[in-house]
Design a protein around this ligand. Structure first.
Ligand SMILES: Nc1ncnc2c1ncn2[C@@H]1O[C@H](COP(=O)(O)OP(=O)(O)OP(=O)(O)O)[C@@H](O)[C@H]1O
Length: 699
């Protein structure tokens, strides 16, 4: 970016009047100084006076250290990226409770964090504050009382450009932002970055949605779903900090490489304490050492398995065979079998968790004993009730009629014992489905069993039947289209009393159980009343490339609209046929050409082709990384197996042999969806090289 305002900026200031860029730089310098002042204030806090207790002191010290960290002025992160000149005090037109301290015609600088000067006056407003909303939402149609919206461009940490929109001036034409275009095309080195300076209005609606409801976002490749999900977490933490600090937030992504790719975004937004995990991490109660075939995985992931498990668990509860007799001193108290049966039936009917009901039963029995004691003139108190509940006879009876159940052992038995499975899958799973889920060799113990990923989800379900899983305040679920119904349930119980942001693209579903409709996914998640929003503007992939990839849509997701790219990049797509024996050489040459440009290059290929391409790159002395590993100026090429490409992006992509990508999947639709994912990873250029024929729709 040049050091002068870009073309879209207003003409230079008239001679004699102050240079606007110089004034803005002065405000930046003053804001930096104010931020330093804020940090100095925190650093000079003396906590000795506040607390004498060392535990409290340590906790306070930790808080202070976090605050100092949050107040760091990162040289390459602009302190503010926008400015709003209000025509009158924000919100006063129709707001009975306007922001305090906002005067008519006030000017606000919008940035990543709040900065105030020594007098407490704001120098920079947090992008998440209510006044900042107009920066993202105001338009010519609805100027929201904004006279001027100014966007700033930075080079490194220096303010070098600005772009103005006079929203309330009917004479000014709306135009697309050159700074947005530049931001998107800025070469990618390192992990995903935040989009806080350029969040678009339809994205902002989702980011600032309330905490109480669940939102599901359907959006094609590169529409900003991941970015929106992460910014939504940052927003919710700002707007509901105390509540979420208590209940917790979690971001769920498809695999490690993806999590590595996104892990810097929230810390860059000042949020250091959000847990990020895969579904496998959440259900890691047993060690996964085996892979299911598609038939087994499909049945194990089906929601009917929840009912099978529930029935199997309930089968452990039996009717008492006889009375319970409690001996206290010289007296014997007898509760007959039919009364015990009524207690068991009542607890069963109440729908409590297995473990909670099991804990309640001794208290019920003790209560029945106490009633008898009172009837015979004794005056037992609570301690007596507790003692009776712990009586050996009571314990023995509870163990017999409501035995403790280890969730992993329950699943192990179902998958090892054909008769036990048949008994509880009756009317739910066909004989063939039952055979599909049974282990070939029954396992002897939980530790030695060869658990699969889907089995671990079953164990998680069983654990929840025994003891309720704790719910978090908010969960963001990315690439949600790929989850099985049982996986949705596992995520759903982690936000059962909280809310979720569900992000995905039905056209990119590549598991055998990929969800066909969001309504179904939301039902399994337990969030039927979620709002489904659609994002259609594409930020990553240039128009030519997305148009090419979208030719696959009618076969992979009929009815889904193609992404409308916000960017033209003529010449960004090259599709070339080469003889088979020249394919690898051509691929390497294409990578070398891509690497002549700044930024990252991804070489995407069918998983089966990876070893050959890795060997060829090694032989050519070209260094490369695995997906998710941080690219740096030295190594900018990543070798990406098609199965790991989802969610990632590169400035330039070289796609090796599409037919092999399609052929690497068990069926054609999944193959074409995998190809669609691979075709939509490029920001600036895509080169497709093939020796075998392309799929019909692309040919
Ligand atoms: N408003 C925006 N301003 C600037 N860049 C944006 C904006 N929205 C999205 N982007 C960029 O577009 C790219 C794609 O975004 P993101 O990865 O969130 O899309 P996605 O919908 O999750 O894609 P996929 O379906 O492929 O996973 C990222 O580089 C992101 O930073």
């Amino acid at each position: 970016m040049s050091s002068t305002p870009p073309e879209s900026a207003p003409p230079p200031a008239a001679p004699g009047s102050p240079d606007p860029l110089a004034l803005e730089r002065a405000h930046l310098a003053a804001s930096r100084a104010a931020l330093r002042g804020m940090r100095d204030d925190v650093e000079s806090l003396d906590i000795k006076d506040v607390t004498a207790n060392w535990v409290n002191a340590a906790a306070l010290q930790h808080q202070i250290e976090l605050r100092i960290k949050a107040l760091a002025d990162l040289a390459h992160t602009p302190l503010f990226f926008g400015r709003l000149d209000f025509l009158r005090a924000p919100g006063t037109a129709d707001d009975p409770d306007p922001d305090p301290g906002a005067g008519a015609g006030e000017v606000f600088y919008v940035g990543r964090r709040h900065v105030h000067d020594a007098a407490g006056d704001p120098m920079v407003i947090d992008w998440r504050a209510r006044v900042s909303q107009a920066f993202y939402r105001a338009s010519k149609k609805d100027p929201m009382d904004i006279g001027l919206r100014r966007r700033f461009g930075y080079t490194g940490g220096d303010l070098t450009a600005y772009e103005d929109e006079r929203l309330s001036d009917p004479a000014e034409e709306s135009r697309t932002s050159a700074l947005l275009q530049r931001e998107i095309e800025r070469p990618r080195v390192g992990p995903m970055r935040d989009i806080v300076a350029t969040i678009q209005p339809e994205q902002d609606e989702i980011v600032r949605g309330g905490l109480s409801g669940t939102v599901c976002v359907q959006g094609g490749p590169g529409t900003g779903k991941t970015a929106v999900g992460l910014h939504r977490v940052a927003y919710l933490l700002y707007a509901h900090r105390e509540r979420l600090a208590r209940t917790g937030t979690l971001v769920i992504g498809p695999n490690r490489s993806f999590l590595q790719y996104i892990e810097q975004v929230l810390p860059a937004l000042g949020e250091l304490r959000v847990r990020q995990a895969t579904v496998a991490d959440l259900v890691a109660h047993v060690e996964v050492r085996a892979t299911d075939g598609p038939a087994a995985a499909l049945v194990k992931g089906d929601a009917r398995m929840a009912e099978v498990l529930s029935r199997a668990l309930r089968s452990y509860v039996s009717a008492p065979a006889g009375p319970v007799v409690v001996v206290r001193g010289s007296r014997r108290w007898r509760v007959p079998a039919d009364e015990l049966t009524a207690m068991v039936d009542e607890l069963r009917a109440r729908g409590l968790r297995y473990g909670a009901a099991r804990e309640a039963l001794p208290q019920r029995i003790a209560h029945a004993v106490l009633v008898r004691m009172e009837q015979s003139g004794e005056a037992p108190d609570d301690r007596v009730q507790d003692a009776v509940a712990r009586d050996r006879a009571v314990k023995a009876l509870v163990k017999e009629v409501w035995p403790p159940v280890d969730p992993a052992k329950l699943v192990l038995r179902l998958l090892s014992d054909a008769e036990f499975l048949a008994e509880h899958a009756e009317g739910l799973l066909s004989g063939e489905e039952q055979r599909a889920v049974l282990w070939e060799r029954p396992a002897r113990g939980v530790r030695s069993a060869r658990w699969s990923a889907a089995d671990a989800v079953l164990v998680d379900e069983a654990r929840d039947l025994v003891e309720r899983t704790q719910s978090l305040g908010h969960v963001v679920l990315d690439e949600a289209q790929d989850l099985s119904p049982m996986q949705y349930r596992a995520v759903g119980r982690r936000c059962s009393t909280g809310s979720a942001t569900v992000l995905g693209d039905l056209a990119q579903g590549t598991t055998p159980w990929a969800t066909p409709r969001w309504s179904e996914a939301l039902r399994h998640l337990g969030k039927e009343d979620a709002v489904v929003e659609e994002l259609t503007a594409g930020f990553r992939v240039p128009r030519e490339v997305i148009a090419y990839a979208s030719r696959l849509l009618p076969s992979i997701a009929p009815g889904l609209a193609a992404v409308e790219s916000v960017r033209e990049a003529p010449g960004s797509l090259v599709v070339r046929e080469v003889p088979q024996e020249e394919l690898t050489g051509a691929v390497l040459a294409a990578c070398a050409r891509a690497l002549e440009h700044a930024g990252s290059t991804g070489l995407i290929a069918a998983d089966a082709r990876i070893p050959a391409l890795a060997a060829a790159l090694d032989a050519a002395g070209t260094p490369y990384l695995a997906p998710g590993e941080e690219t740096g100026p030295g190594t900018r090429l990543t070798l990406v197996p098609a199965s790991l490409a989802k969610g990632l992006e590169y400035d330039f992509v070289v796609l090796d042999e599409p037919a092999a990508v399609v052929g690497g999947e068990p069926d054609e639709r999944t193959g074409l969806r995998r190809l669609y994912v691979a075709l939509t990873r490029a920001v600036s250029g895509l080169t497709v090289l093939h020796a075998r024929p392309l799929p019909d729709t692309l040919g």
